[in-house]
Ligand binder design. Structure first.
Ligand code: ADP
Ligand code: ADP
Length: 591
């Protein structure tokens, strides 16, 4: 087995847990009382913090930090009473005359559900630059938390907390365990040592290798403890990730050696300080070791392209404070794959000339998932590859919206109809949202006032955005005369999946065509507010495509759009060459 350098323990793990939940029999009365109080709506981050405060995940902390705790945590990673706590847990709010000392306020989530009652015992200002510099070591807004802190309220509230209900979670219920529940479950395993693994990513073979080595090194149980609160923006969503953890835990680990539980933590991406915080939290959940690898809780690179923290800074800090917490560390150098030997090894034990292989997170997305290529088995288990492929289909199975705009009679519908057939021919299903047709059902009853036109366009936009979100192709063909509304729809759908096509037919041509006889009526004043006649058409400034219908056929234009979609990857280039016409071979006489 590996000769891991596991740091030894001084104190036994698992101190007293804080429990802020109001007793069930008192809840009803407290609820009625809270409904008469002024309310504060908590951010998603504060809701996560509240949950871990309530269940003891942040023990010994039992409230959003007061000034004394806050100041000391910033300066030397300890609460005012000297106990280790490296990350400030505060409740920042905008100053308001309704917030008064020695009064109670109700804490609610974004949907206004009541969660807790806070007795305001302290209101204090905090300094953004000081907090950013001390906790994150930088003022660079590339750090996701530094950027976020600019939006936080200028004062922090602190005081006694009474939690009436924990934030509701309906997903993966059996895996949502409180610190007390995790400790009870771990005790049933009957092993002295528990090593926790923190993660915010899907687990691949390298993580499996690393966790199994760590479990063996401490001769204990693995607490697989992924974060499902807030992680780094852009991470794989937790629904997808947890399915990979379940597949692995059920199939690739010995049943008596692993416990999978979800942690509703709002990460700060604070590197070393965060690693130590993870150790405090996991100690509360009953672990007495933490795996710390390379770049633990790393926020990526700063605006000069340099990493915010050294790759092993987190290990140094956990090594320094761990013993005082009763937390050992299982440190790892970077693990690399040796294809010639089909095994993983720590990079510092690999000879310089050895061939190694790796696939970065970015490559997983760009080279494999979006290209529809299966991830190799040396890199990830097939079950994991399948779950990721389902969640991240290749571009040609992702949604896209083609939005045709232009004057009435410009040729939007005609072009759209040709495009529908070209797309169906290439295996993509299409929903055509034709302005005229939409007005007979979805937008029935709406007229042509500026307001009604906007409502109509927004409805089409809403339907388009749902189709795109579900991986479908939609073509909208509507005059959509106002630039601001088109831009709004673009944002609703997703800028990356919105192809604005300007069908740029001059008014004279549209009027000469006058397919529906509308221009004649408008000129006679029988129709008011007709686009191009007595209502403006605001031409797109930067459409993805501009079409001319004079000198180009509908088919030519549909092909231009198709080519754009092919180049963007939304339609697959045929994998095989078209089958040549059948040629009957000449009979060659046998000799
Ligand atoms: P985070 O550290 O932000 O939670 P990850 O989920 O990627 O992000 O990492 C979880 C843990 O696994 C960290 O301790 C990290 O250092 C470690 N780790 C991830 N990949 C490797 C690797 N290839 N080699 C060694 N350690 C790794
Ligand atoms: P819109 O949907 O923009 O109101 P339609 O597609 O309903 O316009 O009508 C456009 C009319 O112009 C149709 O009668 C069509 O046959 C005619 N037309 C002539 N040349 C073209 C062209 N190159 N592209 C599209 N339509 C054309």
């Amino acid at each position: 087995m590996s000769n891991l350098n596991v740091s030894s323990l001084i104190t036994p793990y698992g101190g007293q847990l804080v429990d802020l939940l109001v007793a069930p029999e008192a809840r009803e009365a407290q609820h009625a009382y809270a409904n008469r109080l002024p309310s504060i709506q908590l951010s998603e981050r504060s809701v996560c913090d509240l949950e871990l405060l309530a269940t003891g995940g942040f023990s010994p902390l039992s409230r959003f930090m007061d000034r004394a705790d806050y100041v000391r945590v910033l300066a030397d990673l300890r609460l005012a009473n000297g106990q280790i706590f490296p990350i400030p847990i505060t409740l920042p709010v905008a100053p308001s005359p309704t917030l008064k000392l020695d009064t109670d306020v109700a804490l609610r989530n974004a949907k206004n559900d009541l969660l807790a009652i806070l007795t305001i015992e302290e209101i204090y200002e905090w300094d953004l630059n000081e907090a950013a510099q001390q906790v994150f070591g930088t003022l660079d807004p590339r750090h996701p938390l530094v950027a976020e802190m600019h939006r936080w309220g200028r004062v922090n509230l602190s005081g006694r907390l009474q939690v009436l209900v924990l934030p509701a979670h309906h997903d993966f219920r059996p895996l949502r365990l409180t610190p007390a529940q995790v400790r009870t479950r771990l005790a049933e395993y009957g092993r002295e040592n528990v090593v926790a693994f923190q993660t915010r990513n899907p687990l691949h073979r390298v993580h499996e290798e690393l966790t199994k080595r760590a479990t063996e090194a401490v001769d204990g149980v693995l607490l697989l403890h992924p974060v499902v609160g807030l992680t780094k923006p852009g991470d794989v969503d937790h629904f997808t990730r947890v399915r990979t953890y379940e597949a692995l835990a059920n199939r690739y680990y010995a049943p008596g050696r692993i416990l999978l539980a979800l942690l509703p933590l709002a990460m700060r991406m604070a590197g070393p300080r965060e690693a130590l915080w993870h150790a405090v939290i996991r100690r509360n959940f009953g672990a007495n070791h933490l795996i710390v690898g390379r770049d633990h809780a790393s926020p990526g690179n700063d605006s000069t392209g340099q990493p915010f923290y050294g790759p092993y800074d987190a290990q140094d800090l956990v090594a320094q404070y761990g013993p005082e917490l009763g937390m050992g560390m299982v440190p790892f150098r970077e693990l690399v794959y040796l294809p010639e030997e089909d095994r993983y090894e720590e990079s510092d034990k690999v000879p310089a000339q050895a061939k190694t292989a790796s696939i970065s997170g970015t490559q997983v997305r760009t080279k494999y998932l979006s290209a529809g290529r299966q991830l190799p088995e040396w890199f990830t288990r097939p079950e994991v590859a399948e779950i990721l492929a389902e969640s991240y289909p290749p571009r040609h199975r992702q949604g896209v919206c083609v939005w045709l705009t232009g004057l009435s009679g410009a040729g939007k519908s005609t072009t759209a109809e040709a495009l529908v057939e070209l797309l169906l021919e290439r295996g993509r299903q299409v929903t055509l949202l034709d302005g005229d047709v939409v007005r007979t059902h979805l937008s029935k009853g709406l007229g042509f006032s500026a307001e009604d036109r906007d409502i109509n366009i927004r409805r089409i936009g809403f339907v388009a955005s749902e189709i795109v979100r579900h991986g479908g192709v939609t073509i909208a063909a509507a005059v959509s005369p106002y630039r601001a509304t088109r831009d709004e729809v673009r944002r609703m759908v997703d800028t990356e999946r919105f192809v604005e096509v300007f069908v740029d037919t001059p008014l004279e041509v549209c009027e000469a065509r006058d397919v529906k006889g509308m221009y004649a009526k408008a000129r006679r004043g029988e129709i008011k507010g007709f686009t191009g006649i007595d209502d403006p058409y605001e031409a797109p400034l930067q459409p993805e495509l501009r079409l001319s219908t004079v000198g180009a056929t509908p088919r030519d234009n549909a092909e231009l759009i198709l080519n754009f979609l092919l180049e963007a990857g939304f339609v697959r280039t045929p994998a095989v060459a078209p089958i040549p016409a059948v040629v009957t071979p000449k009979l060659v006489p046998a000799n």
